[in-house]
Design a protein around this ligand. Structure first.
Ligand code: NAD
Length: 340
């Protein structure tokens, strides 16, 4: 008998996520990825301009991962229009489809917004904990949308060390609204809304850009000694900031290398990037003077096969392209939780 496809709404997913260890799940997925227990095709991206002249896109991100001794397969379709906030809508939204491993038929469709934001924040938090010199005290967040909120909610719940959050958004009231909402719950943290991105970033020991920019504006000299920058929105750093970093860590090199639009993928195409060690081809000459050396993938840090930080003063950039495996694994756990 073919079971009808289950649909889990945004509210269903939000409630079930409360019972899910997202950071733990993301960690297990990195271990599975390091051990070859994953299938991760390139994502595909459809872009268009709508009749209002706004940029729209649809990403399709399939993946298969084996955790808990069983395989989970599915895909995330995540769409966005830059004009949605002005319509009172979230910029991005979509679905995660889970597949039956035997028949290949979709068995569950889950609203993607909370899972996508939650897994992205979990990857950033895990990467930071693997790479920081000491627990974060001053955190800078540039961009005050859905991803900023997901990151700060998770980080502040997890890290009692944080004393100050500096928030900047080009639309100031988005930053003040978010600071007020979080300030109600986190009374020991000072929330400072800054007039410029530079004021937020300078002297922070953790920097999280979560904007929608397509051109870099964070130069090397804004980044403090010893800081970790988790480059979530992927285009906020200048090429020179990437070159000046002591370490550049990616989540998955194949995804970064296949991408033609973001800064690190573009620099790779121009021959300016030395891939992480496990992706270096001994038969291909390394770039003569790579501007950027990718020192590791996150799965190497999680399984201990790569060294993380080597000096307290290192400036470390994490470039998390975004892996469907995390969405699919979190969705799979939520689906199991729903069934039990
Ligand atoms: N790497 C990943 O795995 C991953 C996953 C999900 C989302 N993202 C990216 O994260 C980013 C944020 O997503 P979101 O859903 O929070 O978007 P959002 O639209 O909800 O929020 C973005 C905020 O950034 C502000 N902003 C845009 N450009 C700015 C600039 N130059 N300076 C200051 N503020 C600026 C906007 O005013 C807005 O408030 C997007 O670029 C998205 O593609 C990355």
């Amino acid at each position: 008998m073919v079971r009808a496809m289950l649909q889990l709404t945004d509210a269903d997913v939000a409630a079930l996520l409360e019972k899910t260890d997202v950071v733990g799940t993301v960690r297990e997925v990195f271990l599975a990825h390091a051990a070859g227990r994953t299938v991760l095709p390139e994502e595909s991206c459809l872009r268009w301009t709508n009749d209002e002249g706004e940029a729209c896109r649809s990403l399709n991100m399939p993946g298969l991962v084996e955790i808990d001794g069983r395989r989970i397969a599915g895909t995330k379709v995540i769409n966005a229009s830059l004009g949605n906030p002005a319509r009172g809508l979230a910029r991005a939204g979509g679905l995660i489809l889970l597949f039956d491993l035997t028949t290949a038929r979709p068995v569950c469709a889950l609203d993607a917004a909370h899972i996508s934001a939650g897994r992205t924040a979990a990857v950033s938090v895990l990467a930071t904990e693997l790479l920081w010199a000491a627990p974060a005290r001053a955190v800078a967040v540039v961009g005050a949308g859905a991803l900023a909120e997901a990151h700060l909610e998770l980080a502040l719940r997890r890290w009692p060390s944080v004393r100050q959050v500096r928030l900047h958004d080009r639309v100031r009231e988005r930053a003040t609204d978010l600071a007020e909402r979080l300030g109600d719950t986190h009374r020991t943290v000072a929330f400072d809304v800054t007039a410029t991105a530079e004021q937020a970033v300078r002297e922070a020991d953790l920097v999280i850009p979560v904007t929608t920019t397509t051109s870099g504006y964070i130069p090397a000299d804004w980044i403090a000694e010893g800081a970790v920058v988790v480059n979530v929105s992927l285009d906020d750093l200048t090429p020179e900031a990437l070159s000046a970093a002591d370490q550049v860590v990616v989540d998955d090199w194949s995804l970064v290398a296949a991408d033609t639009t973001r800064i690190l993928g573009r620099m790779h195409r121009a021959g300016d990037v030395l891939p992480p060690p496990r992706h270096r081809d001994p038969n291909t000459p390394a770039p003569a003077r790579p501007a950027v050396e990718v020192t590791a993938e996150l799965c190497d840090l999680v399984d201990g096969s790569a060294e993380g930080r080597t000096a307290a003063t290192d400036r470390i950039i994490v470039n998390p392209f975004g892996m469907s495996l995390h969405d699919v694994a979190v969705a799979g756990r939520i689906y199991q939780e729903f069934l039990t």
